[in-house]
Design a protein around this ligand. Structure first.
Ligand code: NAG
Ligand code: NAG
Ligand code: NAG
Ligand code: NAG
Ligand code: NAG
Length: 385
């Protein structure tokens, strides 16, 4: 009954900035409002290499562990790509480091359930899973674990079996509820589970297994069709994937994550540092930033600062700093092996720098805005009655 002109004075009396603020905060995507309109392939996603393989109390501080904190903590702190190796263990598919006798992080299904629970609680986030298919599981075998964990409800299915010229924006993935992108290296067929994307059809990677800080390379290595050929890799539309973790050769051809070097490896400035390497590769790729950066001990650096820098994110919101309970999380391998959880170094400040925790400034502004806009909506509704 009411003409729109009767509403106008009321709506105009509402502070537009307050409403805009509410909308902005509600639509932060992967921790930043500025990323919502960006395409999935245009931004850089921080990856936790070997996400479930931990160097913490649960593994007796295994030197094979690549991360100090579990997948849930990683995601809450801003990681948006998690990788793991799938191995056959008896008749089950497990996440194991090289061999299930070395480090068995449990079933694929239970790891996917953990990620699914995180997605349930974080509706504005897009997550990528990359599975290294060590024992050649078929699409149906992998799909059994995906379906049992119920993570399939979030699965994104690509519209093409080759790399598209552009990917959906984060907002589109969030709005459609297809917030889980899954790549498998490699998969001979996905006819029974179209959401399992054969990694090297969509992505190319630089070398890994680097053991010297001066040996990180921007050159494509896999797939072989674009090996050492940056122009071919770029024109194939595949997404650039930057491995950036250092191994230590401990003899007999055995390598383990070089935890002692991580301050440099995940750092910002100089040879072997993450930001320097990413900027070098970005230049080598004619200004194209890597879509993924994969690191060990993700909380060191902190690596998320480098990703924010590449993404031009200065307003990160909603990240939870790592709990700082891992006594080994001090890059100090001289400690004897008697670990007591709860006595880690006080370094929350450095880990959370650049990453506003949910309780930091802005919350009060936001709740004020909610009140303001609530009043405006109430007024607008009242005027209709
Ligand atoms: C992950 O680690 C946190 C902190 O140590 C712990 O509270 C949580 O229970 C762990 N979650 C899983 C699924 O293991
Ligand atoms: C660094 O790379 C060069 C060239 O590929 C190779 O010859 C050398 O062995 C590498 N050094 C180390 C420590 O891996
Ligand atoms: C990087 O390090 C060099 C040498 O220590 C220094 O001159 C330069 O200002 C640093 N750059 C940044 C961005 O921190
Ligand atoms: C960040 O800014 C740089 C420099 O303007 C630009 O090249 C890049 O595409 C931007 N990245 C994102 C994700 O906005
Ligand atoms: C490593 O541990 C030793 C022995 O507790 C200590 O003296 C040293 O300061 C530690 N180094 C770092 C970098 O924390």
């Amino acid at each position: 009954m009411l003409a729109i002109k009767n509403l106008l004075p009321i709506l105009l009396s509402c502070a537009p900035a307050a409403i805009a603020e509410v909308i902005r905060r509600n639509t932060a995507c992967n921790n930043s409002p500025s990323l919502c309109s960006k395409s999935y392939g245009e931004i850089t996603h921080l990856g936790a290499h070997d996400s479930p393989f931990l160097r913490d109390a649960s593994t007796g501080y295994s030197v094979s562990g690549n991360q100090f904190y579990n997948t849930t903590v990683q995601l809450s702190a801003g990681v948006r790509l998690v990788t793991g190796q799938v191995h056959k263990n008896n008749n089950d598919w497990h996440l194991c480091h090289s061999d299930c006798k070395l480090l068995d992080a449990g079933t694929l299904e239970s790891w996917l359930s953990e990620i699914k629970t995180w997605l349930d609680g974080n509706p504005n986030d897009v997550v990528t899973v990359l599975l290294v298919n060590s024992d050649d599981a078929t699409d149906s075998e992998l799909a059994t674990a995906f379906e049992a964990s119920e993570i399939t409800q979030y699965a994104y299915t690509p519209s093409s079996t080759s790399a598209p010229t552009s990917w959906p924006t984060l907002q589109e993935l969030i709005s459609k509820g297809t917030r889980l992108l899954t790549f498998v290296a490699s998969l001979s067929s996905n006819s029974n589970a179209k959401y399992l994307m054969d990694e090297f059809a969509y992505i190319w990677e630089n070398p890994f297994e680097v053991t010297s800080a001066s040996n990180f390379s921007c050159l494509p290595e896999r797939p072989s069709t674009v090996s050492k050929d940056i122009p071919s890799a770029l024109s194939s539309n595949r997404l650039p994937f930057m491995n950036h973790f250092l191994d230590k050769d401990i003899g007999l051809g055995i390598e383990e994550p070089d935890v002692d070097a991580v301050a440099t490896t995940n750092g910002q400035n100089g040879t072997g540092n993450l930001l320097t390497a990413a900027q070098t590769c970005k230049s080598a790729y004619s200004g194209r930033q890597p879509s993924f950066i994969l690191v060990d001990f993700f909380d060191k650096g902190p690596a998320i600062d480098v990703v924010d820098e590449l993404n031009n994110v200065t307003d990160a919101t909603g990240r939870v700093p790592v709990p700082n309970t891992n006594a080994d999380d001090n890059s100090n391998s001289t400690s004897s092996g008697t670990y007591a959880t709860g006595f880690g170094p006080a370094e929350t400040g450095s880990v959370s720098s650049g990453a506003a925790s949910p309780s930091s400034t802005g919350t009060s502004d936001a709740s004020k805005s909610y009140v303001t806009s609530g009043l405006c909506i109430a007024l607008a509704l009242a005027s209709l009655i």
